[in-house]
Design a protein around this ligand. Structure first.
Ligand code: FE2
Length: 221
């Protein structure tokens, strides 16, 4: 966070599974201590920020699928900030994508938001002119749409995946996405030559020290 605060531009961040934990039953589930730590060190794990005709909303996607008071509170808050957008267009930023291969696929476990909260998000998108849903998590960069909402998977700035996981849609690059918000939104996936595309496969024992024997694919089942 000290490094983040040294950036010379305004920064809004959302937590990932390596920050606040993951699904119930995983080695490091979201819990009170992890949420408290994020909120103390980084600030709110979900937020709203208005810029002209746009309302930017950051969500903590790691709360989805828990069925607890934290998930209920975030959904209630989301409904409130969407209802109070006063005609602004909406861009949502969060860690996990809505789906991997198909908008109505079943539970993908590790990789995307579970079907029940996903459907609830779809219903809110349709009611509130959500123009963009931008996510990360997959280490693949991809652009698509669902109904009237643009979907963008931002690439990792750290690792690509070699053979640890199956091929997924999109590009295997390290970089960033530039979203331009004007009347509509346009998004450009940018590969950064300053970044080395290391394979996560080679350091997976450091990323998941306690799950190394199970590896990610089994953890996702
Ligand atoms: Fe992630």
């Amino acid at each position: 966070m000290e490094l983040m605060r040294q950036l010379s531009v305004p920064v809004l961040i959302v937590p990932g599974n390596h920050d606040v934990g993951h699904l119930p039953g995983s080695d490091q589930p979201v819990d009170t201590a992890r949420l408290e730590r994020w909120r103390r060190l980084a600030g709110p794990d979900y937020w709203v920020s208005d810029h002209g005709n746009w309302r930017l909303i950051g969500l903590n996607s790691l709360l989805f699928g828990h069925g607890d008071t934290e998930e209920v509170a975030q959904f209630s808050w989301l409904e409130e900030v969407l209802a109070a957008r006063e005609g602004r267009r909406v861009a949502i930023f969060t860690h996990k994508p809505l789906f991997v291969d198909d908008a109505h696929e079943g539970d993908t476990g590790y990789w995307s938001i579970r079907p029940a909260p996903r459907q609830r998000l779809y219903d809110l998108f349709a009611a509130h002119d959500v123009a963009l849903f931008a996510s990360g998590h997959l280490h693949w960069a991809w652009k698509g749409t669902f109904e009237n909402t643009a979907l963008v998977w931002g690439p990792s700035s750290a690792f690509i995946i070699d053979k640890l996981e199956r091929e997924m849609p999109g590009e295997r690059v390290v970089g960033a996405v530039i979203h331009t918000l004007s009347e509509d939104v346009s998004s450009e996936i940018v590969t950064l030559p300053e970044l080395t595309p290391y394979f996560i496969d080679e350091v997976i024992h450091e990323v998941y020290p306690r799950a190394v024997s199970k590896r990610v694919p089994e953890a996702a089942q």
